[in-house]
Design a protein around this ligand. Sequence first.
Ligand code: CA
Ligand code: CA
Length: 289
Amino acid sequence: MPSQRQTTRTLLPAVLLGILGTTTAAIADATFDVPAFIVGVAGDGECTDAAGELLGDWDFAPGDPTSKFYHSMDDAPIALQLGVFDPIGAESQGRGVFDVVRTDTTLSMLAACRTVARNGNGAGHAKSYAMVHGECHLKIDQPSIMHSEWCHNTTGPGTWGKLRLRRLVNGNFQDFKSFDQLAPLGEQCEMETIELEPGYYQLWFTARSFIQTTPGEIGDSIMGVSVTESHFEIVPAPKPGDVNGDGVVDGADLARVLGAWGTNAAGADLNNDGTVNGADLAIVLANWG
Ligand SMILES: [Ca+2]
Ligand SMILES: [Ca+2]
């Protein structure tokens, strides 16, 4: 029997949550829809004495062999923490945290795990596992631009973070962009602007940490941390022929093209062939209105 068992639900410090905010279920005039959203949080761990006897174990979902909770977007933020601490010094802890914040043009997600394991004074063995995994579907109704920022921060053995953007093609989601971190590499971020055609997309993400001690070795705690953060701004793509960027194609744009005729003025060279000429005029006329 566990001599001591801690079963508290604890919010991580705000500095780790980072993007805590209010989740809004329905947004008016949104540039995108989120027709599906689900996140699962899994975790379990145990520690034993030198003879291999169980000192205690914990599980985010006792009785469920997959040890997972599933949540919808409206359930966020999520923070689960469980652990076992034995008087001889053995320890196994896990945390899983998730949050999502949406506005009419942005979507921000945080998935984070932390695990701790330590053998007791009599040695033995300890292990701990935590994972946050989920997917979010995006419905894009018009040509759009996605300004994206993808960040992973992994520390310790057995940690990874994965982020994928996939597009639905012929009934299957195909990778459009992937950004994975499969080793403890500290913080890495990528920023990218992605053109999105109208369609159905999936944002897929996971943060995972699994650590275990060396059986029989007395030593300090080992820790694994995996934090995956992503931020997306999705706005309508500029309209072809809209030279001055005011949202309509009209005489003002025509005047810009005619005024730059024969030059290589970047704004008026709508097809980027190095010259403002009839091809650019045709783009303005074809998109008039
Ligand atoms: Ca215009
Ligand atoms: Ca041109």
